[in-house]
Design a protein around this ligand. Structure first.
Ligand code: PMP
Length: 390
């Protein structure tokens, strides 16, 4: 049943069906778009295009409606209990993507709320986009004579998860904010965010970088008990240049002061509405079952050859739940060469240091990442080539 469901969905991606000899295996970098998203952008730009919240003519009103409606689509998609309520306390702000959104939370929201001696926890073993903005806050405040301590959210290499046993050593009465990651961009494990909430208590805001989670698996802000969720449209089947910041308690112009926070990327928002509705109809739980199975197929295959080492979470539960991302190295072939060989055989993969923050050994790696349009046949074809190189 899952196979026929997937075949039907795959058919909806023109760039995939139009290139049967290529395998796009770089969805963690950016995802391909279903026809519904392409059509939504075309329809918006050919029937409605106007600025939002400015004019009172029909195109302008329809654009304003699009923006407001998509805010609610985001709430709904993230499992926000306030979705559908006119008086919702939660807010959705459209940004350029995850990097831009995290920076906005850091500069426009967090910086003005910290005082001398406060502490924040940040994920130093995750993506740079979720480290640099918080370090920048420390720099900005230090220039004003406000000292903020930035502590590393403890990470355990062997499990690929945050090391909750070490939380008591870094959480204290001055802990004011935690930045964390939903799904890790190197090994695809979903991080145990609930343990962070248990450690810091109910009053410390937690901001989640959900760049690799949204569109891949169900995400419930109610269940995870977080205060901010930031994600990129382009990784969730929408256009590049649009993303969203969901915040539990902040409605209105909290970010980027200006006229209605500037002109939003309205065509991008149209794509985001269509993408989230498409994902919702497809079912993120089924998408997750599909992509997790493909990732498991690849790791199982790689295990046969000692020449390959799969990175991150060597043990522990995260091994079983790589949400569509597998990163590995070859013992002898440098990763950029391996990437080049795979390129030449029609496999589009990522081969570099993956924007990894914090201490890495500086070596590159090859990352294979899948979405709903990928197939077991593509993974098997890839394994055949990797086997030749093993
Ligand atoms: N965080 C994570 C976990 C990511 O994987 C990425 C994308 N590589 C980003 C943030 C940055 O996203 P964007 O480039 O869309 O701003």
């Amino acid at each position: 049943a899952l196979e026929s469901w997937q075949r039907e969905l795959r058919e909806q991606f023109p760039i995939i069906t139009g290139n049967p000899d290529l395998a796009y295996l770089d969805s963690a970098a950016t995802a391909q778009k279903p026809r519904a998203v392409l059509d939504a952008v075309h329809t918006y730009l050919t029937t409605t295009n106007a600025n939002a919240a400015r004019g009172s003519y029909p195109w302008a009103n329809r654009t304003t409606d699009l923006v407001e409606r998509t805010r609610d689509v985001v709430r709904h998609f993230l499992g926000d209990p306030q979705a559908g309520r006119r008086d919702a306390r939660s807010g959705v702000w459209f940004c350029g993507g995850t990097t831009d959104g995290l920076r906005a939370v850091a500069r426009d929201w967090l910086a003005g709320r910290l005082t001398d001696g406060d502490e924040i926890l940040v994920p130093a073993a995750d993506h740079r986009a979720n480290l640099e903005p918080w370090l920048e806050v420390r720099r900005i405040l230090a220039a004003r004579g406000v000292r903020v301590t930035v502590r590393e959210l403890p990470y355990q290499e062997s499990s690929g998860d945050y090391d909750h046993r070490a939380f008591p050593g870094v959480v204290g009465p001055r802990t004011r904010f935690v930045a964390a990651t939903h799904v890790h961009h190197v090994h695809g494990g979903d991080m145990n965010v609930q343990r962070i909430r248990e450690a810091v208590g109910p009053d410390v805001p937690i901001c989640l970088d959900a760049a690799q989670g949204v569109g891949h698996l169900p995400l419930s802000v109610a269940r995870l008990d977080v205060d901010f969720v930031v994600f990129s449209g382009h990784k969730a089947l929408a256009l590049p240049g649009v993303g969203a910041v969901w915040s539990r308690n902040t409605r209105g112009p909290a970010f980027r002061p200006g006229g209605w926070q500037g002109t939003p990327n309205t065509a991008g928002i149209a794509s985001l509405e269509a993408a989230l509705r498409w994902l919702d109809a497809a079912g993120t739980d089924r998408i997750d079952r599909w992509t997790t199975a493909l990732a498991a197929r690849l790791t199982e295959g790689l295990r046969h050859w000692p020449a390959y080492r799969v990175l991150g979470c060597r043990s522990g539960p995260a091994v079983e739940r790589r949400h569509g991302i597998v990163t590995f190295r070859h013992r002898d072939i440098p990763s950029d060469d391996l990437g080049f060989i795979l390129d030449s055989r029609g496999f589009m993969v990522r081969a570099d240091t993956l924007c990894q923050a914090g201490a890495t050994d500086g070596q590159g790696s090859v990352r294979v990442s899948v979405h709903v349009y990928n197939t077991a046949e593509e993974i098997d074809r890839l394994l055949t080539v990797l086997g030749e190189l093993a």
